[in-house]
Design a protein around this ligand. Structure first.
Ligand code: ZN
Length: 324
């Protein structure tokens, strides 16, 4: 399915002084724009900020029905949906949607609009508890219940429209809060944990130098992870001092094996990648093994990172030939 390169941040309540919309939008615009993506923030008409287009009118916090009441939630969601569609008609298709909120009407408005949009990547950051700042008894419980409804609509919209959804939960606390809502909404997802020895920056490399010849920290945590409901574990392998046989402690889990050294600019060859996969296959069944990077590549030069990612693909193809 064809996807376009334009990314839109949706913030119908930018003008509000609740939360840190200005900071978050400015950072998002800079981060996405810095990666050569065409990015805009579709915001309240009242906001004259750089990179923003005034798309929404009367979709903010000013309306007292905005989140606790289901009728008000649906009312505002419909208003937001129609304004989103008007903007789409004027400004053309969108390949990526970003929303940072937990307000039920905003989630529902986006969900309704996505039912009629081309397939896109959708990133929603659930930034706080629904109804966190609501005053009065019962408000928060109602907002939470509406949030469950909105997340259910989002799940259906994503499935129906062929979208790819990524939900971001910024803390363990928010994961605990939202896990039952996501389950009730029918939003199933794969849970993964990355056990991190750090980026390839100097502070991390220096710290790793103090860990000794064998890094056995995984030995302590893997048995606990094996008993947990987490489905996938991402770990360091290539050029790591972690004994590879510790992967045996992750029975029943998908293992994302680090075949790329993120602390070196030297691009791995397909043979080296396939060798690391072969090593991991001694401890992880092939249907559970995924080739991955040791850690994130954010500090790395983009051109090198892209070549390293290509090496994963070529090395995985070679490993399939070698090991079947
Ligand atoms: Zn890491």
């Amino acid at each position: 399915m064809e996807r376009t390169g334009r990314v839109v941040i949706v913030d119908p309540a930018y003008a509000s002084d609740v939360g840190h919309h200005g900071d978050v939008n400015t950072r998002l615009l800079a981060a996405l724009g810095g990666r050569d993506w065409s990015v805009q923030c579709w915001a309240d008409a009242a906001v004259p900020a750089a990179g923003c287009r005034g798309v929404f009118r009367d979709c903010g916090y000013v309306d007292p029905r905005h989140w606790a009441d289901l009728g008000g939630t649906v009312h505002l969601a419909r208003r937001m949906e129609s304004q989103l569609h008007r903007a789409l008609a004027e400004q053309g298709p969108v390949g990526g949607w970003v929303m940072h909120t937990a307000l039920p009407f905003q989630l529902l408005g986006l969900a309704r609009a996505l039912c009629h949009c081309p397939a896109a990547d959708v990133v929603v950051s659930l930034m706080f508890a629904p109804g966190e700042t609501l005053e009065g008894p019962g408000g928060e419980a109602d907002a939470t219940s509406n949030c469950r409804v909105a997340l259910g609509a989002l799940a259906r919209a994503v499935e129906r429209g062929g979208h790819r959804l990524r939900l971001l939960l910024p803390s363990q606390q928010s994961l605990e809060l939202y896990a039952p809502l996501l389950a009730a909404a029918g939003l199933t997802c794969t849970t993964a944990v990355h056990i991190c020895y750090g980026y390839g920056i100097k502070a991390n490399i220096d710290w790793k130098g103090t860990l000794g010849e064998e890094w056995r920290q995984y030995e302590k945590i893997f048995p606990a992870i094996a008993k947990s409901s987490i489905k996938q574990v991402s770990l360091e392998c290539y050029h790591s001092h972690v004994p590879p046989h510790l992967m045996k402690l992750l029975q029943g889990k998908d293992v994302l094996v680090g075949v790329i050294d993120v602390a070196s600019d030297e691009v791995e060859t397909p043979e080296q990648v396939a060798d690391t996969i072969g090593l991991a296959l001694q401890y992880v069944p092939k249907e559970r093994l995924f080739a991955c990077t040791n850690c994130g590549m954010a500090p790395m030069k983009r051109e090198i990172a892209v070549r390293k990612l290509a090496a994963i693909a070529k090395g995985a193809a070679l490993a399939r030939q070698r090991y079947g």
